[in-house]
Design a protein around this ligand. Structure first.
Ligand code: APR
Length: 181
């Protein structure tokens, strides 16, 4: 499913984000940039040690990456040149600022992309795996955050959500259809 917001295409696809041919892929990281399971593990495995080396450097310089923020590393051996590591909130029932922090992940990642001349970026569904964010709610927040950013900023050609399983894809498709009504 694809739609257009100002100059930028917004696309939903099913797939494995490590295979995407885009300028940058976003990673659902943790605050210490230590690598983990889920999409983070897949990215580190496929991208090789150059990613971990840069994460270690960022950890030494600034202690990691706070929840809701984003940092940039090389894409290592991946087709994508850059990785934007962003740290989603852990779901704590919805009253601990999770929605604002999740929206911030997308805004900060897109801001970093513009700053680095990135034209095409792919996102996974941040926080909806290990971090437990209910996917129907996360999809609405993610798509609204991207839509609002693109309404206010030109410069990106495509923002693509690369969704790993049918349930996640369906949640995003449902949220996007409702937004277009
Ligand atoms: N491509 C795209 N999406 C993927 C891939 C992949 N290769 N692998 C997993 N996913 C999906 C999951 O199915 C889920 O829908 O990414 C989504 C986010 O799940 P997680 O990777 O578990 O991310 P998150 O919930 O944000 O938890 C982050 O998990 O791996 C650790 O270090 C990470 O501590 C951090 C935490």
């Amino acid at each position: 499913m694809t739609t257009k917001i100002n100059q930028t295409s917004l696309a939903l696809v099913r797939g494995d984000i490590t295979k995407e041919r885009v300028d940058a892929i976003a990673n659902a990281a943790n605050a210490l940039l230590m690598g983990g399971g889920g999409v983070d593990g897949a990215i580190h495995r496929a991208g090789g040690p150059a990613i971990e080396a840069k994460c270690r450097q960022i950890r030494a310089e600034q202690g990691g990456c706070p929840t809701g923020q984003a940092v940039l590393t090389t894409g290592g051996n991946l087709p994508a040149k850059h990785i934007i590591h962003t740290v989603g909130p852990i779901w704590r029932g919805g009253t601990a600022g999770e929605a604002e922090l999740l929206a911030s992940c997308y805004r900060e990642s897109l801001g970093l992309a513009l700053k680095h001349g990135i034209k095409t970026i792919a996102f996974p569904s941040i926080s909806t795996g290990v971090y437990g964010y209910p996917v129907a709610q996360a999809a609405v927040i993610a798509l609204n955050a991207v839509k609002q950013f693109l309404a206010a900023h030109d410069g990106l050609d495509e923002v693509r959500f690369v969704l790993f399983d049918d349930a996640t894809y369906d949640a995003y498709e449902n949220a996007l259809s409702k937004m277009r009504d």
